[in-house]
Design a protein around this ligand. Structure first.
Ligand SMILES: [Zn+2]
Length: 370
């Protein structure tokens, strides 16, 4: 006869009783004894109605009956094995459950959970920092190659005007942008008011934004601002952050080409890569310095912002503001910088070249209207 010492609880009491459990063919016979041996009671549980609550190596708990249940706790490491041997067809030992419940498994699961939390934490908090770090470590030559690949993919879907592009670059040649990159402007025919910078020195300017300008200082301000995004690697960092997961894995497996191809596939995300206020401020500050050093009035920034604000009131086609946020503080900062600027003068060259660009755009929009 198989018997096990156990602790038994009646359905209506939390008082523990010493008990002996006998495993019989289709039932458990439970012999309950009062501590003082003043009473003995025999209880039978049909095996198919026994509900295992927790079957672990040190202690197994089972319930029986309708609520409130009778409960029995059986000590001993071998009990679950005995149950499996004695009632091979009964569902008394949920093997998966008993596996999970065992103490060593619990600590294993806790460890696994901690590991998952660390990985998720790293993904959410460290990855952006890592993306910045990788972007910072990317050699310029690689960044330039990346920019060219992105440009090819991206400009496929836009009409690039070579006349407009040449005129932009001719205008830009009058300005020293203080950049370590070879800056190149791409003029695109598109009704959206937008401009953005690719990593490595390629900058895209849509004709709609230039058409709305009234003087050359605005174009110089826009260019200087975009050059700052290149110079400070904002686009590269933004791209790396966008694809941080891929970048992270590629970095781990040391496959730089994988990053390149994923970036190329994500070229579309470039024209709506939005910058934080902090990056925008930083790009403006760089732009003020460039304009100041080139003796161009930073009033260009104020008027550029004013034009964008006004346009935003009657067009929805203004991606520039959604990617380059323009809170009032930015405009105020442009004012306070401009009030202090002493060193600027009017440039006939820039004026001429600006008017030439606008005449080109006017011609092409006249042509479209015909
Ligand atoms: Zn910007």
């Amino acid at each position: 006869m198989h018997s096990y010492s156990a602790t038994y609880y009646f359905s209506d009491s939390s008082q523990p009783y010493r008990a002996k459990l006998y495993l019989e063919k289709n039932r458990w016979r439970i012999l309950v004894e009062d501590a003082s041996l003043s009473f003995r009671k025999e209880i039978f549980w049909p095996v198919e109605q026994i509900v295992p609550k927790s079957v672990i190596s040190e202690k197994s708990i089972f319930c029986f009956g309708s609520f409130p249940f009778q409960t029995i706790e059986v000590d001993g490491a071998d009990f679950s094995k005995a149950l499996l041997a004695f009632y091979p067809k009964a569902d008394l030992v949920d093997q998966k459950f008993s596996w999970i419940s065992s103490a060593s498994t619990k600590s294993f699961l806790a460890l696994a959970l901690v590991f998952v939390l660390i990985v998720v934490g790293a993904y959410l908090f460290l990855l952006p920092k890592m993306a910045n770090y990788i972007a910072g470590k990317t050699p310029i030559s690689y960044e330039v190659k990346l920019g060219e690949t992105l440009k090819e993919n991206l400009l496929d879907e836009y009409t690039v005007s070579s006349d407009f592009s040449n005129a932009l670059n001719d205008f830009a040649s009058e300005i020293d942008f203080k950049s370590q990159y070879n800056i190149h402007f791409n003029g695109v025919e598109h009704s959206t008011i937008n401009a953005f910078a690719l990593p490595g020195g390629e900058i895209v300017i849509f004709d709609a934004i230039v058409q709305k300008m009234t003087h050359y200082e605005q174009l110089a301000a826009l260019m200087a601002h975009e050059v700052a995004h290149v110079e400070e690697r904002h686009s590269l960092k933004g791209l790396f952050r966008n694809i941080a997961g891929y970048a992270f894995v590629s970095f781990l497996v040391g496959d730089v080409n994988a990053i390149l191809s994923v970036l190329a596939e994500n070229a579309q995300s470039l024209h709506n890569l939005s910058f934080s206020r902090k990056l925008e401020e930083s790009a403006d500050a760089y732009g003020y310095e460039v304009l100041n050093q080139n003796r161009i009035s930073t009033q260009g920034f104020i008027d550029l912002f004013k034009m964008l604000k006004e346009e935003s009131e009657h067009t929805l086609d203004l991606s520039f503001l959604s990617t380059h946020p323009l809170p009032d503080e930015r405009i105020e900062r442009a004012h306070s910088y401009t009030e202090q600027q002493a060193n600027f003068s009017h440039s006939e060259h820039l004026e001429e070249k600006f008017l030439y660009i606008q005449s080109l755009l006017k011609k092409s929009s006249d042509y479209e209207a015909d």
